[in-house]
Structure formats: structure tokens, C-alpha cells
Design a protein around this ligand. Structure first.
Ligand code: SAH
Ligand code: SF4
Length: 372
């Protein structure tokens, strides 16, 4: 059977070569060719013996997901749509900003967790993405951006940050997510700082503990409500892992996290979770957890039961948090003209359900989140 080498991290490649009687350093060589130089052609891997290159050609392949579309907005935001087979498509978005570039990537086609304000959730779950499909979004984005030739010696990186905030729940696809994260951090691959790679979760408590132990990167948690009653409605996984357990898991995570705070994401839903009294309840709830807040103006989708909070309400909610000394940012909208802002991304090409007509992907645009 042909192995897709993009499915393997350093440990996986070492085992692959050992299984074929090859030395461990072959893994490092191939890792560098694949993920530092973006080389998919074994024939071009010139420091590998020709006989092994020929063998690799019959044993293995390099198969990233195919780019179906690649659009650039007026503000430079760039949206990629990938075919992941079986009528499924997922998206990534590149967000260039002064001093950094962030790629927001997907981990599942669809999502099973069914948050009531989320278009991806409303589509239901199709399947987990493979490691090759997760890391392949970064691989392909680097190709499209010409990033393999960048001057990394100066510390200039076109993609300096990665956020797992696209379609799907990364911690519901933990094994593949962890392997992809290891590739992002590996100095022989992408060499990203753990502080510049952020996983966003709706709060799968046992998987948060595993992520902490297996590959602690920066953590964002989708809170969205200041009490269990409301969160049970908005984020149904809360019925299984209620706030008390979730916040305890956040504190455990911080013991090993590369940053000394958790980012709480909070979608602003008009008349649902955006009152001053709820901001104060939120402060009391999170008192014990070093945190920052990122308010996300709700992005409606066809059939959604919510409205976005008015701007003055979002500003006032942020003020209550800020007055209590908690760093709070409000997510900006980017890439309007190509539907690349939070909640606007859609896999129009291959949407199978026709229920919402959209697939949604969310961008992390909080400057403090991923750049310091
Ligand atoms: N499954 C993960 C990561 C993907 S969703 C999670 O839930 O954290 C990324 C962020 O977008 C989450 O905070 C999510 O709650 C938010 N989001 C989902 N639907 C949204 C919408 N319609 N408008 C604004 N933000 C939304
Ligand atoms: Fe899944 Fe996240 Fe959407 Fe909830 S918000 S349905 S966990 S993708």
C-alpha cells in the first residue's frame, strides 16, 4: 500500500524508514525536503541515494489536498478551498498583517457538536480530516504564497502563526491534530513557536488534558455564555462538560501552556448573551483563570435564529470586562469582498447538505492572541 508521507511526523517517518531497513536520519532528510522546502518530487531530493529515491517512488507518495479555489480580497486576505474527497470541501484563510501572517485552518469536514449559532455545526459531521489534509492546508498555502523561498534567516515568515479555528472541533480529531501540530512545531519542518500556534476548542475536557500532555500550544476556549443554563443551549457539549469542569481544565492546561493565559472566545448574540449583567457574571465565573477575552460579532447564516449584537452593545460589554482589568479585544472583519470574514466562509462548491448553503470558517484576528 502506498503511504502518503504527509500523514507522518518525525516519529512516523522514522518508523516508516525503520520498517524498510533504513537509518533514522532518512526521516530527518525527507522531513526537511517535504516541510522545509515543499518538495514533493522524490527525484529532486538530491542528498538521498538514487536507489532509495526510486524505492520511495514505489512505496510512498506526497498527496496534499487539492486546491479548488484561491481568492484574494482587496485587503490581502486570501481564502483557499480544498477538495477533501467524497463531496467534502474545507477552507483555510491567510490573513496578512503588519509583522505577521496568520493561517486559519480546518480539522474536520463538518462538526458533530451542533452549537446553535454555528453554520458548520448545523451541517452535521462528515468526517475527520487526515494529518495530510490538516498539514496539507499549510503546505499548499505556503506554495501559493511562495513561502518556501522566503528569507527565514531574517526571521521573516509569511506564515508566522497558525490558528485551528476553521471548520470542525480540533479536539474531536485529537490524534491527527496532535500529529499535525508536531509537524508545525518541528524545527526540521515548519519550526513555528508553540506560542504562535493556537487550538480553539468548544471544551472537550478530557481531550484538553491530553493536548496539554501531548503537545501544549496556545489555547482558545469557546465560552459564549456566563452560566451553564445558557451555555447548555448555545454549546450543547456543555451538558457533558459543564463550566466548572471546563474552567478547572483550563487551569490544568495553563500549568504546561506556552502562554500564561487562556483566550476565551465569546460570540456576541443580540439579546441572548450580551447584557452588562452577563459581562459581570462572566467576570465572576472566570475570576480564577488567567485569561483574555475575544469578542466575536455573530455572523448570521441562512436559517440562523440569532442576530449580531449592535456595535454599541459590543463596545459596552467590552468596557465592563476592561474596567475589571481583563484584556478584551473584538474580532475584526477581514476579506469582506471574498466572504472571508468570520462566519462568512463557505464551501459553496461542494456543499452537499443544501441546508444552510454555507460552510463556515472563523478567523482569529486578535493581535495579542498569536503574535507576541
Ligand atoms: N470548534 C472549535 C473551533 C472552530 S469554531 C470551537 O468551537 O472553538 C471557531 C470560533 O468561531 C469558535 O469560537 C466558534 O464558537 C465561533 N463561531 C461559530 N459560529 C459563529 C458565527 N456564526 N459567528 C461568529 N463566530 C462563530
Ligand atoms: Fe463545532 Fe466549533 Fe461550530 Fe461548535 S462552534 S459546532 S464546536 S465548529
Amino acid at each position: 500500500m502506498t503511504v502518503n508521507l504527509l500523514d507522518l511526523d518525525a516519529a512516523g517517518l522514522t518508523a516508516f524508514f525503520a520498517g524498510h531497513g533504513e537509518k533514522p536520519f532518512r526521516a530527518r532528510q525527507v522531513l526537511r525536503w517535504l516541510h522545509r522546502f515543499g518538495q514533493a518530487d522524490f527525484a529532486a531530493m538530491t542528498d538521498i541515494a538514487r536507489s532509495l529515491r526510486d524505492r520511495l517512488g514505489s512505496l510512498a507518495a506526497v498527496l496534499p489536498p487539492t486546491v479548488i479555489s484561491d481568492r484574494i480580497a482587496d485587503d490581502g486576505t486570501r481564502k483557499f478551498l480544498f477538495d477533501v474527497g467524497g463531496g467534502n470541501a474545507v477552507e483555510s484563510v491567510f490573513i496578512p498583517e503588519e509583522g505577521r501572517g496568520t493561517l486559519c485552518i480546518s480539522t474536520q469536514a463538518g462538526c458533530a457538536l451542533d452549537c446553535s449559532f454555528c453554520s458548520t455545526g448545523k451541517q452535521g459531521f462528515n468526517r475527520n480530516l487526515s494529518v495530510a489534509e490538516i498539514i496539507g492546508q499549510l503546505w499548499q498555502a505556503r506554495h501559493a504564497l511562495g513561502a518556501w523561498h522566503e528569507r527565514e534567516s531574517n526571521g521573516e515568515r509569511l506564515i508566522s502563526n497558525v490558528v485551528l479555528m476553521g471548520m470542525g472541533e480540533p479536539l474531536a480529531n485529537l490524534d491527527n491534530t496532535v500529529t499535525a501540530l508536531r509537524l508545525m512545531l518541528d524545527d526540521n519542518a515548519y519550526g513555528l513557536s508553540r506560542r504562535r500556534v493556537t487550538v480553539s476548542t468548544s471544551g472537550l475536557v478530557p481531550a484538553m488534558d491530553r493536548l496539554r500532555d501531548e503537545c501544549a500550544v496556545a489555547l482558545a476556549v469557546s465560552l459564549h455564555a456566563p452560566n451553564d443554563g445558557l451555555r447548555d443551549q448555545l454549546v450543547p457539549i456543555n451538558r457533558k462538560y459543564p463550566l466548572r469542569e471546563l474552567l478547572a481544565a483550563c487551569r490544568r492546561y495553563l500549568e504546561k501552556a506556552p502562554r500564561d493565559f487562556v483566550t476565551f472566545e465569546y460570540v456576541m448574540l443580540d439579546g441572548v448573551n450580551d447584557a452588562d449583567v452577563q459581562a459581570r457574571e462572566l467576570l465572576a465565573l472566570t475570576r480564577e483563570v488567567p485569561c483574555k477575552f475575544n469578542l466575536i460579532p455573530f455572523n448570521p447564516f441562512p436559517g440562523s435564529p440569532y442576530r449580531r449584537s449592535p456595535t454599541y452593545r459590543i463596545r459596552r460589554f467590552a468596557e465592563v470586562l476592561l474596567e475589571a482589568g481583563v484584556v478584551t479585544t473584538t474580532r475584526k472583519t477581514r476579506g469582506d469582498d471574498i466572504d472571508a470574514a468570520c462566519g462568512q466562509l463557505a464551501g459553496q462548491v461542494l456543499d452537499r447538505t443544501q441546508r444552510t448553503g454555507r460552510r463556515t470558517l472563523f478567523l482569529q484576528l486578535d493581535r495579542q492572541e498569536a503574535c507576541t
